[in-house]
Design a protein around this ligand. Structure first.
Ligand SMILES: Nc1ncnc2c1ncn2[C@@H]1O[C@H](COP(=O)(O)OP(=O)(O)O)[C@@H](O)[C@H]1O
Ligand SMILES: [Mg+2]
Length: 276
């Protein structure tokens, strides 16, 4: 018989990982130096996962994220996104896949100054291959701002928003194209501990709603709210393991202000990865 449960089993069984990379390498070559930033990486990420990538500065995290985000190409190796071979796509195809599948969030928010939150969020839709009507564009941007809890700040410019709010706008901008995967490179790197926890709480909510998330961080306190932790070192994966669930909302509810004083300032350096 073909009950809905059977069908579900079948789909789960046959569904390819959302993201697959094999033997991925990336070297930077200039006249004087050559850096092997990635030296052979294999990762498979399934739909619905929440993965943290850790590793000290220079270990290749951003290089990896930029390739996964279709912002850069590997020197060698295979990269499949949703079963499609990205490494052999043309520039145009790549731009399309990027726009439709991937949301990217950066440490420095990368918002346009003197441009309202709403307009910042609308931008990716303006560049979308099938650009929606102005009304729809507007509504979807509003909806995305609502998801990140900033509906009431739509007409504010970045300078009128706190760091945490700016990052929320950037997350709304990443979500507005309804991507399958959110890639975040040090999304809390410029935020204080409590605000960082609020961002990771938002990530957990989005993940519960089905969004696949890949987040780079060098802070164990942030990474532990993911469900899987990948450690990188010198362009290679050092470990890759599932970790027990932890609720960021609960951590926020139990938050005590004095914790803030004990935190180190992470702005200027990366702390070594635990257990190194
Ligand atoms: N555009 C580039 N040109 C040359 N070297 C680079 C470039 N980008 C990164 N690198 C080098 O590649 C290595 C990995 O960098 P990166 O991926 O930024 O690491 P992480 O994000 O983990 O700090 C470092 O040694 C870095 O100096
Ligand atoms: Mg980096």
């Amino acid at each position: 018989m073909n009950t809905p449960a059977d069908q579900e089993k079948k789909t789960v069984k046959t569904e390819a990982p959302l993201l697959q990379i094999h033997g991925l390498k990336r070297s930077y070559r200039t006249e004087t130096v050559s850096v092997d930033a990635l030296r052979g990486i294999d990762i498979e990420i399934r739909r619905g996962e929440f993965v943290a990538i850790m590793g000290s500065s220079g270990s290749g995290k951003s290089t990896l994220m930029n390739i996964l985000g279709c912002l850069d190409r590997p020197t060698e190796g295979e990269f499949l996104l949703d079963g499609q071979l990205v490494s052999s796509m043309s520039r145009d195809q790549l731009a399309k896949v990027r726009n439709q599948t991937i949301g990217f969030v950066f440490q420095n928010f990368h918002l346009l100054p003197r441009t309202t939150a709403l307009e910042n969020v609308e931008l990716p839709l303006l560049y979308s291959p099938d650009k929606p009507s102005w009304k729809e564009l507007h509504n979807r941007a509003k909806e995305a701002l609502d998801i990140v809890g900033l509906a009431d700040r739509a007409s504010h410019t970045p300078s009128e928003l706190s760091g945490g709010q700016q990052q929320r706008v950037a997350i709304a901008r990443a979500l507005v194209t309804r991507p399958s995967i959110l890639l975040a490179d040090e999304p809390t790197g410029n935020l204080d501990s409590r605000t960082s926890l609020e961002i990771v709480d938002l990530f957990q909510q989005l993940n519960r709603d089905g969004l696949t998330i890949l987040m780079v961080t060098h802070e164990t306190d942030i990474a532990r709210f993911a469900r899987r932790m990948i450690m990188m070192r010198d362009g290679l994966i050092r470990s890759d393991r599932h970790i027990p669930p932890r609720d960021a909302a609960e951590a926020l509810a139990n938050w005590q202000d004095h914790d803030e004083d004990e935190d180190e300032n992470h702005d200027d350096f990366e702390s070594p990865v635990e257990g190194r």
